[in-house]
Design a protein around this ligand. Structure first.
Ligand code: NCD
Ligand code: ZN
Length: 356
């Protein structure tokens, strides 16, 4: 990574990947695939479509629909995931592995978030699938929140860590697990202390703001995502973890667009759309922590190492020049508001250079 201290005006790093992304489907792919392909070499594509992507066959068909919208000059690679359900057959793991295109299974506790009704109701029901994943060395991505009605929404991640994640990590010592979009100091600590093979992704919004940004002085639906924004002490712990240089933490935007009218509603959808300014936002967070020199590890090196994939050979450059995040973005026949739309970032994404 090239970065001169003091008057640094440009920041050149190996092309990053997004290890947690919602690309949606259908006409939405036309604007979402180019948006991510502009910045990222690859992306772990979440399977929470309607209906969810539960089989390798469905994932391969979804992958083809994504690639149909890849810009002509792009080498962007969608890394597919399968949605784990109570009835996933253990044999599906080997089928997924042998496809070469499926890189993880996604565990949504039933009802935890957008389109998670088919999620797992009891981990005991998927024990044999998890054992097959251990054997096949298939990554398990986890939405780490309990869904019990009596657990406060702000406590759902830390309760999950104690009640579900810790026993799961212990019971499957060979299972590689990514705790997705961590939001609490407890989750950051758990992953830091965990055995090898346990990692976490962190979103830009959870590095940049706490729940006050969503709730003080008015309610801001575009800041609402799951897991929900937490306290300042949690944000600080996430920044410390992400900028520590630990290879356990890597970039995953959780960019999750919803049509404007479905967020600005009586019962608004969860999800922040960050794909159009992902690297600019991460650069802002790392610079604020005085850790720009650690951005490349987090964005471009730790994820490939965890997923056992080569790093990208292309380089990308950010320049210190204000970038105005668009306040509206066309999504199929509707409009979405990018997270922090209308505000500026200090860094602008410049260009993607092919490998030298
Ligand atoms: C995601 C979505 O909209 O698909 N929403 C979100 O708030 N993050 C689902 C998810 O990853 O939880
Ligand atoms: Zn997500």
């Amino acid at each position: 990574m090239r970065l001169e201290p003091e008057m640094t005006q440009t920041l050149t790093l190996r092309q990053p990947d997004d290890w947690h992304l919602h690309l949606r489907d259908g006409a939405a792919l036309a604007s979402l695939v180019p948006a991510t392909a502009a910045q990222m070499g690859r992306a772990i594509v979440m399977p929470n479509l309607k209906p969810p992507v539960t089989t390798t066959e469905m994932a391969l068909a979804y992958r083809a629909r994504i690639l149909a919208h890849r810009p002509a000059d792009s080498t962007f690679e969608p890394l597919m995931t399968l949605y784990l359900t109570d009835s996933t057959p253990p044999e599906e793991v080997a089928v997924a592995r042998n496809s070469g295109c499926v890189h993880a299974f996604k565990l949504y506790p039933a009802g935890a978030t957008t389109n998670s009704d088919s999620g797992v109701t009891d981990l005991r029901k998927v024990r044999h699938v998890l054992e097959a994943m251990e054997r096949e060395d298939m990554v398990l991505c986890i939405h780490g929140e309990v869904t019990d009605a009596d657990v406060d929404v702000f406590d759902r991640e830390r309760v999950f860590v104690d009640r579900t994640l810790a026993p799961l990590v212990a019971e499957h010592p060979g299972l590689r697990i990514v705790v997705e979009h961590i939001t609490t100091k407890e989750a950051a600590q758990f992953v830091t202390d965990a055995r090898d093979g346990v990692g976490a992704t962190v979103t830009p919004q959870h590095l940049l703001v706490n729940r006050n940004a969503m709730l003080v002085g008015g309610i801001r639906p575009h800041y609402y995502c799951l897991p929900i924004l937490k306290r300042e002490e949690d944000r600080c712990a996430l920044v410390t973890a992400a900028t520590s240089g630990s290879t356990k933490f890597f970039l995953g935007t959780d960019s999750a667009p919803h049509a404007l009218h479905t967020k600005e509603a009586e019962c608004g959808c969860a999800g922040c759309f960050t794909a159009v300014s992902a690297l600019e936002l991460y650069a802002e967070a790392f610079e604020a922590a005085g850790a720009l020199q650690r951005l490349e590890g987090f964005a471009s090196l730790h994820g490939p190492a965890f997923y056992r994939l080569p790093v990208n050979e292309a380089r990308v450059t950010l320049v210190r020049r204000p970038f105005e995040i668009p306040s509206e973005w066309a999504l199929a026949d509707t409009v979405v508001r990018p997270w922090r739309g209308g505000t500026h970032t200090a860094w602008s994404f410049l260009r993607s250079e092919a490998a030298q």
